[in-house]
Design a protein around this ligand. Sequence first.
Ligand SMILES: Cc1ncc(COP(=O)(O)O)c(C=O)c1O
Length: 403
Amino acid sequence: MQVQPFSNTEIQAFRAATAGTAERIHLNNAGASLPPDIVVDTIVNYLHEEALRGGYETEAKYRAQLDHTHTLIAQLIHADPDEIALVENASGAWEIGFNGIAFQEGDEVITSEMEYVSNVLGLLNAQKQYGIIIKMIPNDAAGNFPLQALEAAITPRTRLIAVTHIPSTAGNILPAAAIGEIARKHGILYLLDACQSAGQIPLDVQAIGCDMLAATGRKYLRGPRGSGFLYVRRNILDKLKLSFFDGRTVTSVDQQDFTVRKDARRFEWYEKNPAIILGLQKAVEYALNIGIERIWQRIQHLSTLLRQRLRELEGVVVHDQGDELCGIVTFSMSGISAAEIRTALAAKNINVNIGFAKSTLYYMNRKGLDGIVRASVHYYNTEEEIELVCRELSTLCLVKTQL
Ligand SMILES: Cc1ncc(COP(=O)(O)O)c(C=O)c1O
């Protein structure tokens, strides 16, 4: 498919519609992106209306619009609105899906070395609680997820494949659809952590073949903090245990029994923050209107440029490895800690973050990494910003060597 690159006019329009871009160079999109102004305005206006009319009364007025959030998220990932539950973050989404599985002692869960800390904790907890066996598949020497190793690890006791699409502190991408093909061939449940890929890469749960997908709103989707969603394929909805209940969970309740609602909203709490839901909806709508394919193309362009420029700097090591890389760029500079780099850049109004060993435990431990710099680009960043950041890094390096 031919993807039309953004024109300079379009990029400038995106930036003009994002107040934060005038203030600083934001390369912490993998932490939380700068939201478009429309997202912020939607939230603030809703909160004002709530304060004037009352929370329940305002919710009643916006009921249909709030419900439309599921529809737009479904559109984003090619699911059905009934397969979407709105939650507060990706960790929560992942845990609702994972803890919904009735594990038995000796069940095997296959994962990758790129898992995020929340997922690793969930796996370790299930190991303690039920006696599951965790099988972790390391990347191959080129930094790619080895599909043959995955297939070879499958046994009749394999209950779940749980992998992260884009890791928190590395630039690689796991082959989500090829993993899904293997999961389907062997009839194994498949849970995908799409926390860093939602809004960055086109996601199609039909093509990927996952049964569950966990995502957050504040990262590449440019939504508000405290927003996220869980996708659960319709045919496994009834196979998952519920970990919490309130009036939202059921369609009826009497003194003896209750009936669980048919859709994935059974995994939602009744009490949510409607302003945040509407903000998330605006962010998803904004991304859909721009086009995820175009967003992805621009992110690839900018991150490739950033890696190139970083490699030209003396003493810089770019850690990202793999055939397909994303908007997350990780690096270290010899003699300068990640914390020093972040502080020096922050003084110049440049945001980057630090990737600690804990975040992507297996991978970072194997590579002996801790405290690497994570610079993550989004489509609204510019080539000029990247050149400026690299100039600052080069100056920092010079100052350090003169000390
Ligand atoms: C790959 C990955 N998965 C899951 C999470 C957890 O997301 P949240 O903080 O929304 O729970 C993160 C957060 O950085 C992440 O990078």
